[in-house]
Design a protein around this ligand. Structure first.
Ligand code: BG6
Ligand code: MG
Length: 226
């Protein structure tokens, strides 16, 4: 079992953890669901958290079994959802990221923790750049780098490899059940925040990212975290 004191790397999910882009994902899926006359609410959206775009498309369609779409149509609708999502993202600026988040990343990095983003989103690069978060991490692994989305641990395993830290020394911060499950399968320490708070899969739930500076308060002797 992963020990808190052994942690030398922290892998952050992006949407719903570092910033509230999860609301925009929901808004864009809701618009598509309305168009396809599929009932969809925020509770349904919980299962979409952490899951890849095309897997979400399948989840949405599973709510209206009689609607039979070709693969090309599914891709076209998922692309439409993404265009809506991207237009919502156009307005984000560095101010979209809470000061508590930036300060937490700064402090953890200064203490020598290795930091990564581990996200299923193919829009991660765009979001991190627009919000000026891209320089805050030692590694960024996202939906473009993986072939299996959360709950498969691939994204976190790749992030740990990129950081050069073994899984048993990595903590994962997640707002999704799928992400917590991925962390557990990957042999990492799962910490829940936001919608995932209180999940039985998490070793700990936190109210805000700022709490991490109390939990991970050691100075890393070896900056590589090995
Ligand atoms: C995850 C979100 O971060 O990325 C999911 O929690 C989303 O809701 C997934 O489906 C894929 O995102 P994108 O931006 O590649 O469509
Ligand atoms: Mg998330």
């Amino acid at each position: 079992m992963v020990d808190f004191g052994a942690v030398s790397a922290i892998i952050f999910d992006l949407d719903g953890v570092l910033l509230s882009t999860d609301q925009y994902h929901y808004a864009a899926w809701k618009a598509l669901a309305d168009e396809l006359e599929i009932p969809f609410c925020e509770k349904d959206n919980l299962a979409f958290r952490g899951v890849s775009r095309m897997d979400c498309m399948e989840l949405l369609l599973s709510k209206r079994a009689e609607l039979r779409l070709t693969e090309a149509e599914k891709v076209a609708y998922a692309t439409k959802k993404n265009e809506r999502y991207r237009s919502l993202l156009e307005g984000i600026t560095p101010a979209f990221v809470a000061e508590e988040v930036r300060e937490t990343l700064r402090v953890l990095k200064e203490r020598g923790y290795r930091l990564a983003v581990g996200s299923s989103s193919k829009n991660s690069g765009f979001i991190l750049k627009k919000t000026d978060l891209d320089g805050c991490f030692h590694a960024i692994v996202d939906g473009n780098d993986i072939s299996r989305s959360k709950p498969d641990p691939e994204v976190f395993v790749k992030a740990a490899e990129a950081l050069g830290v073994p899984p048993e020394r990595c903590a994962v911060i997640e707002d999704a059940e799928a992400g917590l499950s991925a962390a557990v399968s990957g042999g990492m320490l799962p910490i829940a925040i936001g919608e995932a708070k209180g999940s039985h899969l998490a070793r700990l739930s936190i109210e805000g990212l700022g709490e991490l500076t109390q939990i991970f308060d050691r100075k890393m002797e070896n900056k590589n975290g090995r």
